[in-house]
Design a protein around this ligand. Structure first.
Ligand SMILES: [Zn+2]
Length: 229
């Protein structure tokens, strides 16, 4: 009776790891890095739009000629639809980050489908176009999260480098950690919004962005967007 118990335990362990690891293949593929060995990097911004940070970030991206991907929270898209429209109009990629920003790994298929549908709908109403990508809040998934996103035409994306800019550690730290941590093919996770506070302060990220772009270009990096399906 010991062996089945061990197998059961290790399967449970595998399932927990699969749910909690943002790039895990156990619960369906999530793109955790770009398929390249070149010095290419993709910038992604989660939890926006946000009235203080998103316009500054868009200004910087436009002025420096960089395209990025925005994983938009449906709740915030409804508050600031014009910012979502601006993201789309300026040629950035749209990603669905769900509506409520709850961790999805223990939620039912019904809950997940509703959360993703509401998020998608809010983005479509604001931008007039559909999100092509999905990122789970905190990267937490379950066996059905990626399948539900795929059925909506959204590729699930993880990340290679979490900067923890949401802890607001200071502009110097955010810039240095991003520049030092980037490798060829990195997908960098930054935040233009706060998943738990619609007016959350993301001005440190906005202030760090010009230095991040200049610093990575100095190291020979080119900015690219995410590959589709
Ligand atoms: Zn988030």
């Amino acid at each position: 009776m010991i062996l089945p118990a061990v197998i059961g335990l290790s399967m449970f362990g595998g399932a927990v790891h699969g749910a909690l690891h943002r790039n895990s293949f156990i619960f369906g593929p999530a793109l955790g890095r770009l398929p390249t060995r070149e010095r290419e990097v993709a910038l992604t911004f989660d939890d926006g739009p946000n009235p203080n940070a998103t316009p500054r970030i868009l200004d910087t991206l436009r002025d420096l000629g960089v395209k990025a991907t925005f994983f938009i929270l449906g709740r915030h898209a409804e508050l600031w639809p014009k910012l979502v429209l601006r993201v789309a109009k300026e040629g950035h990629q749209l990603g669905n980050h769900g509506y409520f920003h709850r961790k999805l790994h223990l939620k039912s298929p019904f809950y997940v489908k509703r959360d993703l549908t509401l998020g998608k709908r809010a983005i479509e109403r604001a931008a007039g176009t559909s999100p092509q990508f999905f990122r789970a809040p905190h990267g937490f998934r379950s066996p059905w999260v990626t399948a539900i996103a795929a059925a909506m035409g959204q590729r699930t994306i993880g990340w290679s480098l979490g900067v923890w800019d949401s802890d607001r550690p200071g502009v110097d730290y955010i810039a240095a950690r991003t520049i030092d941590g980037t490798r060829p093919g990195s997908i960098v996770l930054l935040h233009d919004g706060d998943g738990y506070n619609a007016d959350g302060d993301r001005t440190q990220t906005a202030a760090a962005l010009p230095r991040i772009i200049a610093g990575l270009r100095d190291r020979g990096y080119e900015f690219v967007t995410l590959p589709g399906k």
